[in-house]
Ligand binder design. Structure first.
Ligand code: EZ4
Ligand code: CO
Length: 416
């Protein structure tokens, strides 16, 4: 079963996606997600110019060898562009192998370890009444865990907080207004936001206190600090949130410096999640071996595929660290589906992020997974269970889009 064709599909149903579709000489197709938010065409070019020519004629069954060929063979290892490209190839080959076997992908990963994946959605509000509405809306949709992001007095807009109150999920343009902070914006240059760490650290604990008082002790609550804190600020935040029993506190520091998490850990028992911007197991090594985190945020798309993330999570399992796969709308339904198959199979599943893709996205990516009672589950369709609709995709042309950048109040650049 040799690879006959590999197509790099760029489309923009509500937001930009890069998808790899591999076709074998016996007519099977497999899909892989290669979307790198705000830098999409770099991965598309990496695939088109440097990977597709190497795939043609290769045995589609040789997933491990192909992974090693692309990783070791490039000489220039790691990095988000390279690893997203390798992830797409790896995922597409797993999709094909499972279709060749006539089995849903999770069966090839060891079969089910659980019936469904517990997920969390994104609740947000500029103020507490808006936030409560958003949490209630999520609970009504069946979510059984929520991430809580809040506006900060004095800051016009804050990461993770929707601008339009009670915006319905989906609009005529195909974008999802409830998550209007999330799609990279279609501007020639990035939008600029401002940030004040002291105001944030003062405000957030009061918001969590209000949420706990309103919604009780059971509801799992999560929060994302988006790499904005120093180790000691992060330690302070973790400590001040301890009374509200977070499921996890995410990305407290920019973790290129893994040792920063040591400082945080020695001061707080709030569980820590990190890694949505990591791309290999090496980014996690100290964090695992010193047990500095509790959840691994890498999704399949940005960590080199199913083969690589499985290895990362097996390594994590030795230290009782669990999966917490990234699931924003910029991980395509293909990347999400791959994560669902992996998550259902592994022993150390923790939590899955699930934002729900917009109706436009779901027109192009036809999904079969289910979301019921707050849990995601794969279908029994062979492979990943996702079809890519070329005709629908043709109606959504690529337009460059950037994530925001962030400045402190004095105008200097800060982490976003
Ligand atoms: O900023 O997906 O936890 N989720 C996040 C996301 C990321 C975007 C980046 O592409 O932090 O909102
Ligand atoms: Co995050």
């Amino acid at each position: 079963m040799n690879i006959e064709k590999a197509e790099v599909l760029v489309s923009s149903p509500g937001r930009n996606f890069v998808t790899l579709r591999i076709t074998t000489d016996d007519g099977l197709t497999g899909l892989g997600d290669a979307t790198l938010n705000g830098r999409e065409l770099a991965v598309a070019a990496y695939l088109t110019e440097h990977v597709v020519p190497l795939l043609l004629g290769r045995d589609a069954h040789r997933i491990e060898d192909t992974w090693q060929y692309l990783y070791r063979g490039a000489y220039w290892r790691r990095g988000p562009v390279t690893m997203a490209a390798i992830a797409a190839v790896d995922t597409a080959l797993w999709d094909i192998k499972a279709k060749a076997a006539g089995l849903p992908l999770y069966q090839l990963l060891g079969g089910k370890s659980r019936e469904g994946l517990m997920v969390y959605g994104h609740a947000s509000g500029l103020d507490i009444p808006e936030l409560f509405d958003s949490i209630r809306e999520h609970l009504e949709e069946g979510y059984r865990a929520v991430r809580v992001q809040t506006g900060i007095p004095g800051l016009p807009s804050v990461y993770g907080v929707a601008h339009s109150k009670n915006a319905a999920a989906g609009s005529a343009s195909g974008s999802d207004a409830r998550y209007d902070y999330e799609p990279a914006r279609r501007n020639a240059i990035p939008v600029e936001e401002s940030w004040d760490t002291r105001a944030y650290l003062r405000h957030v604990p009061a918001v969590f206190e209000a949420v706990r008082n309103e919604f009780g002790p059971e509801l799992p609550l999560l929060h994302d600090a988006h790499h904005r804190l120093t180790p000691i600020q992060a330690a302070k935040l973790g400590k001040s949130l301890e009374p509200y029993d977070l499921f996890w506190l995410e990305d407290v520091t920019p973790a290129e410096n893994q040792a920063a998490l040591r400082r945080v850990r020695e001061h707080t028992t709030t569980p820590l999640a990190i890694g949505e911007v990591f791309n290999t197991v090496w980014d996690y090594r100290e964090l695992f071996e010193e047990q500095l985190i509790d959840y691994v945020r890498s999704p399949i798309t940005h960590a080199g595929g199913i083969t690589a993330l499985r290895r990362i999570l097996d390594y994590a399992a030795i230290y009782q660290i669990k999966s917490g796969m990234h699931g924003p709308t910029d991980v395509s339904p293909v990347g999400l589906a791959a994560g669902i198959h992996l998550g259902i199979a592994i022993q150390n599943f923790g939590m899955q992020e699930y934002m729900m893709h917009s109706p436009a996205t779901l027109e192009v990516f036809r999904t079969t997974f289910s979301f019921e009672n707050g849990m995601l589950a794969p279908s029994e369709a062979p492979g990943l269970g996702i079809e890519y609709d070329d005709e629908a995709a043709a109606g959504y042309a690529y337009a460059s889009a950037y994530l925001p950048v962030n400045r402190l109040l004095d105008g200097s650049m800060h982490d976003w």
